[in-house]
Design a protein around this ligand. Sequence first.
Ligand SMILES: Nc1ncnc2c1ncn2[C@@H]1O[C@H](COP(=O)(O)OP(=O)(O)OP(=O)(O)O)[C@@H](O)[C@H]1O
Ligand SMILES: [Mg+2]
Length: 212
Amino acid sequence: MIVALLNQKGGVGKTTLALHLAGRWAGKGRRVLVVDADPQGSALDWSEQRASLGHPRLFGVLGLPRETLHRELPAIAADVDHVIVDGAPRIAGVARSALLAADVVIVPATPSPLDGWASAEMLRLLDEARVFRPDLIARMVLNRCATRTVIARETAEAMAGQEPPVLAARIGQRVIFAEAAATGQLAHELDPGSLAAAEIAALAAEVEGFKR
Ligand SMILES: Nc1ncnc2c1ncn2[C@@H]1O[C@H](COP(=O)(O)OP(=O)(O)OP(=O)(O)O)[C@@H](O)[C@H]1O
Ligand SMILES: [Mg+2]
């Protein structure tokens, strides 16, 4: 399955969730490859940091920040169970290319009552892709959520009309994700019993449920 984490908005959790989904699936025995489609190379940096600190390799990370992604992904996906594309903010060409090859698009969004959860540009790219890819599955995932009760109260109404639809699995605002980013590790390695680890497990299961 090719899963692309895309949002033209920066800093919403594309890289964090790409690496954590990869780690969860790899931990379950899947063969996983992360394709870093962002010229900033954050996923590659994490992987390099991880290697330099001597942590064991969990999955491969390949840098491919190109508009020709869709031509490469099918061959890359043939050798593994899941390819996870970590998208780039603002670069429409790369997102468009990922949308041509992905089975599932996950749009991370930070729930805020002040603005749209997915960027207008992201929605436009999704509409455009659906012309060629009527079977494309697109979902939003709420990241950096406040406590459940607050979210339930503030966003229940907003959730209803969201396009793309919002996944049931949500990720809280948790410091452990920042610690993981800084140390080349993943939340479940730092604390297997953490809420973050449980939330990632639920997200990974929900997304894998789309496998055809
Ligand atoms: N659920 C979370 N709780 C706390 N911090 C988080 C969470 N998700 C992401 N972060 C932090 O927010 C910052 C941005 O996250 P991340 O790099 O994953 O976003 P991104 O969408 O990949 O950004 P970019 O668009 O620049 O590639 C990072 O410092 C990350 O550690
Ligand atoms: Mg990123």
